[in-house]
Write a protein that binds this ligand. Structure first.
Ligand code: NG1
Ligand code: MG
Length: 488
């Protein structure tokens, strides 16, 4: 059963009796006082997420199904009217040293050097995104950041950081924004660090509700709908501990996939609508193609579009060279490079347009099937988890063989999981390392975790202690999205 989400930021304010009891929050407040010799005025938190299904399709405009996890980024903040300086410190100062910057005026807001992997850039993304929209000379801020989402794990540490930063700036400057606006700005803002990302993570971080997964759609505009997961479904996150940071691998991995899907869609659009078409997401192409055939269900539209992809995207096995791609898209090579590969450069000899399109359209259809299965769970209580697990397994295979975003470690963990009680197992997030998400039932959680510890972690990382193991593999539940704590 679904209930509508509310869009006002007011709904995420919380006065904080719970917060007072929490050791973690106490520790952050104490540290804040040591550092800045004053108390924080408010605290914000924004969670990471695990994507249950719908991988690498957000930037093609198709809906996805993540849920927030308990791991998050918390920021304690005080403000001043006396100046516009911003001081950002981290509770892990040895790894993330304190930084300061100042407001550079309406046009620039703040400079972000995307050529450097610098932790405070993620704060600046949130700052810049918010203040580009604001009519104020901003307040000065003292900020202490505490993050528990493992970086490079596919659990969206970056979006948790950017969204919590955006919330901190919004709250400090009392900006009047809706959740929708906050999310949309955070999506665009995160691209300032050099990753041409979609919008799933920020939407999940802001809009998630406790006990529900979140169906996120992007076209015609960002829209979210909570989805009740079937009774008895338990999710386990297993991080491969192979980290994939998009900053260094983006040109060969993430940003390349964005190019392959955008140009593939543009070629298909030209074949279907003529050479004037500049549509470059598969969702836009699908919507235009079916605009007069609204009786065709979305899942069937995806199937039909896939048949058109079979016809129009060639070089199925060997892929396109850059020149072949430019010819097919009807642009001089240099124009295509300027348009698609300059702000976010790529490194490759071949572009696998067909394989990527195949993944995107089948994955988009699996998301719809997954959501529909959840919605009708009570009609098939005995088979519902098998069905969901099957869709997750198909998703993983497609990510591995058609989208080429898995890796041996992810495949090993997913196979082991299926042998030891998981009904479904797939990579989650961008892939090429990072975490997997496993679907199982309550009774099987201990054996599943035990088997993966024995057969994966103890073999590959024998040096890990128990705490580190428990940090790598853990059960998770759908948690709530962003929160602003005041009045403590
Ligand atoms: P992760 O790996 O969690 O950062 C990334 C993108 C998402 C989405 C997934 C793949 C960012 C901020 N997020 O998630 O938008 O495209 O990969 O489904 O880059
Ligand atoms: Mg990320």
């Amino acid at each position: 059963m679904s209930v509508p989400t509310t869009d006002s930021l007011d709904t995420i304010y919380s006065t904080s009796s719970l917060l007072k009891q929490s050791q973690r929050y106490d520790g952050i407040i104490t540290k804040f006082k040591e550092l800045y010799h004053e108390s924080p005025e408010f605290i914000v938190r924004s969670p990471g997420r695990v994507n249950i299904i719908g991988e690498h399709i957000d930037y093609s405009g198709f809906g996805v199904l993540p849920m927030a996890i308990e791991r998050d980024v918390v920021q304690a903040v005080s403000t001043t009217d006396k100046n516009t300086a911003v001081h950002v410190a981290n509770t892990i100062a040895s790894k993330y040293p304190a930084r300061s910057f100042d407001y550079q005026g309406k046009d620039t807001v703040v400079t972000i050097d995307a050529t450097k992997l610098e932790w405070s850039n993620y704060f600046k993304c949130g700052y810049k995104g918010m203040l580009e929209r604001a009519q104020v000379p901003p307040k000065g801020m003292n900020v202490l950041v505490d993050g528990t989402v493992p970086a490079g794990s596919g659990l969206s540490s970056s979006a948790a950081f950017v969204c919590s930063s955006a919330l901190a700036v919004v709250t400090a400057n009392q900006l009047d924004l809706s959740k929708q606006e906050l999310t949309e700005i955070a999506i665009v803002a995160e691209r300032n660090v050099g990753v041409n990302s979609g919008g799933m993570d920020q939407a999940a971080s802001v809009f998630s509700e406790k006990n529900f997964a979140l169906h996120v759609e992007f076209v015609p505009r960002l829209a979210t709908q909570p989805v009740q997961l079937p009774l008895g479904a338990c999710f386990v996150i297993a991080h491969t501990l192979v980290t994939a940071d998009k900053f260094t691998s983006g040109p060969r991995h993430y940003n390349l996939r964005v190019v392959e899907t955008k140009i593939g869609a543009r070629i298909l659009g030209r074949c279907l609508f003529g050479s004037d078409s500049t549509l470059d997401t598969y969702k836009e192409v699908m919507d235009r193609y079916f605009q007069d055939k609204l009786q065709v269900s979305e899942a069937d539209q995806m199937t039909e579009l896939l048949a058109l992809v079979e016809t129009h995207l060639t070089h199925k096995d060997r892929g396109y060279t850059q020149q072949e791609m430019a010819d097919a898209v009807g642009l001089p090579e240099q124009t295509m490079v300027a348009e698609y590969m300059t702000r976010f450069p790529v490194e490759t000899e071949t572009f696998h347009l067909y394989k990527r399109a195949h993944h995107v359209l089948t994955e988009a259809r699996r998301v719809l099937q997954f959501v529909a299965t959840c919605e009708h769970a009570s009609q098939h209580p005995d088979s519902v988890l098998e069905k969901l697990g099957g869709l997750m397994n198909e998703s993983h295979t497609s990510c591995d063989t058609m989208f080429d975003c898995s890796c041996p470690e992810l495949n090993a963990v997913c196979s082991l999981a299926r042998e030891h009680g998981a009904l479904g197992a797939r990579l989650t997030g961008a892939g090429w390392g990072g975490a997997s998400v496993l679907l199982t039932t309550q009774d099987k959680v201990p054996t599943l975790i035990h088997a993966i510890k024995d057969n994966y972690y103890r073999q590959k990382f024998p040096e890990l202690n128990d705490d580190q193991l428990n940090d790598a593999i853990f059960p998770t539940e759908p948690c709530s999205g962003a929160t602003i704590f005041t009045g403590f």
